[in-house]
Write a protein that binds this ligand. Structure first.
Ligand SMILES: *Cc1c(COP(=O)(O)O)cnc(C)c1O
Length: 377
């Protein structure tokens, strides 16, 4: 079976892990610190603004705490978003306000957001679909004029830039994922960017038991202090910190990231040229602004989507659609709002295999199997 996504892990990661085991310090420590720094340097942003965590979903829920979503607030969520975005809003009793996306990029635009802003809007989530950035300048301008926080779900955008700025660091908060499906994988894991350093401190407390960040007292104090077992708690906190096992894998993956992106780009371009002249396939629209992609998804749109997915599966090629529109999920859409372009995307879009471990033969097989479907339809 040709997988649609797949982690690339091997001996280098195992070698680094054996050092962690030998050090006997498995919890959060130097490997996690190094991973955070490598991640920040790669995005050309100050590492003080980054905090690692256990998953991207944890970071999305943290956004609801840091920006204090309440039942009085409305939070704008594009219909093509990861489900935990809407769940995080609901978890605070805040109102999910769904909006549409562009059907040929699956990204939200400032026009979509402008249509649903009210005086109750507190925050907007944007997703850079498949690693291709949203057009952020107009979104930021619109939101800041209306005192609305911008949260970037950058789970697919580990190496994406919008006009030279890293996706995830343009608005007030960004979150990345290192789960088993993502470009770099730490088992499970996430990274958070917060623009305000005050929010960084609040977030660190929320992610680690509510222990004060700024003082040395508490559970990690030095044994030279007397009564080091005493501590203060600043706020109700969870325990959502990355450990050295994930951190060590992350450090090795960061070194390999440029090769991963290079390979993904080759495959992306090969697909693009193979499908661009096929009349029954529509391809993603290329943004007109300056950007760099992470090449996380390749997707096609066709009215034969369902039959094509089954045809590919019969030939041992797994495909899927991300992300099932939230307006189709009852829990998130009590009023049965329809978002037309998201509906279109949900009916006709197919994500096809794209990951750095595909070899040329795999890619040719995907292309030829899609082309051979044409004859049969
Ligand atoms: C994978 C993904 C997430 C969730 O990441 P986890 O680390 O699995 O919680 C969130 N948003 C998007 C866009 C994703 O692709």
């Amino acid at each position: 079976m040709i997988n649609i996504f797949q982690p690339t892990l091997g001996q280098d990661e195992l070698d680094e892990l054996s050092k962690v085991f030998e050090s006997n310090w498995i919890g959060k420590g130097e490997y996690v610190d190094r991973f955070e720094k490598l991640f920040a340097i790669n995005l050309r942003v100050n590492s003080e603004n980054f905090i690692s965590t256990t998953s991207c979903t944890e970071g999305i829920f943290l956004a609801a705490d840091v920006f204090n979503f309440t039942p009085e607030d409305e939070i704008i969520v594009p219909s093509i978003s990861f489900p935990s975005v809407a769940s995080a809003v609901l978890s605070k009793g805040a109102k999910i306000v769904l909006c549409d996306v562009d059907k040929s990029t699956l990204n939200v635009s400032s026009e979509h957001i402008a249509k649903v802003i009210t005086e109750k809007t507190k925050a907007v989530f944007v997703t850079h679909y498949g690693g291709i950035p949203c057009d952020m300048d107009p979104i930021i301008k619109l939101c800041y004029k209306n005192n609305i926080k911008v949260i970037e779900d950058s789970a697919c955008s580990v190496q994406s830039f919008y006009k030279g700025k890293a996706c995830g660091t343009i608005g007030d908060m960004g979150i990345w994922s290192f789960d088993a499906m993502k470009t770099i994988c730490t088992g499970d894991g996430g990274m958070i960017y917060l623009k305000s350093l005050d929010n960084v401190n609040i977030a660190k407390e929320l992610l680690y038991l509510g222990l004060p960040v700024k003082t040395k007292s508490g559970m990690d104090s030095s044994t030279r202090e007397s009564n080091w077992w005493e501590f203060e708690i600043n706020r109700p906190g969870r325990r959502s910190i990355m450990n050295n096992i994930a951190g060590a894998i992350g450090c090795v993956q960061m070194e390999k990231l440029p090769e991963f992106i290079k390979r993904r780009k080759q495959i992306f371009n090969k697909y693009y040229s193979a499908f661009k002249d096929i009349d029954w396939i529509d391809l993603p629209e290329e943004p007109s602004f300056n950007y760099e992609s992470s090449y996380y998804f390749f997707w096609i749109q066709t009215k034969y989507r369902d039959q094509l997915a089954k045809h590919l599966l019969k030939h041992d090629i797994y495909t899927t659609f991300r992300y099932w529109p939230l307006h189709k999920i009852k829990l998130f859409n009590k009023k049965n709002i329809v978002c037309n372009d998201s509906e279109y995307a949900g009916n006709y879009t197919l994500n096809i295999p794209l990951h750095q471990s595909l070899n040329d033969e795999d890619v040719d097989k995907v292309i030829n199997t899609i082309k051979s479907f044409k004859e049969k339809k």
